[in-house]
Design a protein. Structure first.
Length: 268
């Protein structure tokens, strides 16, 4: 019976009525233990929810001074303020990661599936990082055509941004390029972000979406936390999208996101 019970801590509720005194004592002890454990779990869940709400509130508050500093720098363009803007963009990216990590287990509360123009979304994401690309000598080649998919635009913007930032982190010293393009497939559409960077070892390629995995490249540059790609994979899973990587050390890394077509789309 215990082997078949999914939530084994409910074993006391499965015990039938008994008239033996020692059995009644066993059941009483089990139910007291269950009550104690349930109260403790509820307390922990309450504390976690409070902490999550505090983190979200703090993130929204810290965005205000970031926006104010950005505005001041934009209105007073100098070499110094341009450098400040670049550093602010890095801070903003880390703040966004913290926010999306806090919400990643409850995507359903904060997303809206609608038709999204991939080219416009990619163009907007690139424009947010244009100074970052210029500073790092990155050429961008965009070939997304006028492709539309069904997904959440805000979450996809975050995912695309993380993939672009990751490509810049592991760029080559010269002639660095990122290609972004879409491909129409039989059962859906794929979005590909491909760079000609330093690449990923074959022995590590299957682990890059693991939480906190930085790999040999991350340890060399000391720029990686191992959270960006982990969040991309987690959010794609929640949104029903497939994400996978291909790479060759010293030549390229290609990340592909697959958007399946629903039956209601295929019938059109």
């Amino acid at each position: 019976m215990l082997d078949r019970l999914e939530q084994k801590y409910l074993i006391s509720e499965m015990i039938g009525k008994t008239y033996r005194l020692e059995d009644k004592e066993y059941v009483l002890i089990l139910r007291r233990a269950l009550k104690s454990m349930t109260e403790q779990v509820n307390s922990i869940n309450y504390d976690r929810q409070e902490y999550k709400e505090y983190i979200e509130s703090w993130i929204h508050e810290v965005k205000l001074p970031i926006a104010s500093i950005q505005l001041m720098c934009e209105n007073n363009k100098t070499d110094v303020t341009r450098k400040i803007l670049l550093e602010l963009r890095k801070i903003e990216n880390d703040v966004e990661k913290a926010l999306y990590y806090a919400r990643s287990n409850e995507v359903w509360k904060d997303y809206m599936i609608q038709e999204i123009n991939v080219d416009k979304l990619v163009e907007y994401t690139i424009s947010k990082n244009i100074q970052f690309f210029i500073q790092n000598g990155i050429q961008i080649e965009r070939r997304c055509q006028n492709t539309c998919v069904y997904t959440d635009g805000k979450w996809m913007e975050f995912i695309i941004n993380q993939l672009l930032v990751n490509s810049v982190k592991y760029k080559k010293i010269r002639n660095s390029m990122i290609k972004i393009y879409t491909q129409e497939m039989k059962n859906g559409t794929t979005l590909v972000i491909e760079d000609n960077g330093i690449g990923i070892k074959e022995s590590e390629i299957n682990r890059i979406f693991d939480k906190s995995f930085v790999g040999s490249n991350g340890r060399k540059t000391e720029k990686s936390t191992g959270m960006g790609l982990y969040l991309c994979k987690k959010l794609c899973d929640k949104l029903g999208l497939e994400i996978y990587a291909e790479s060759e050390i010293g030549n390229y890394t290609k990340i592909t996101i697959s958007f399946p077509k629903g039956k209601f789309i295929l019938q059109n």
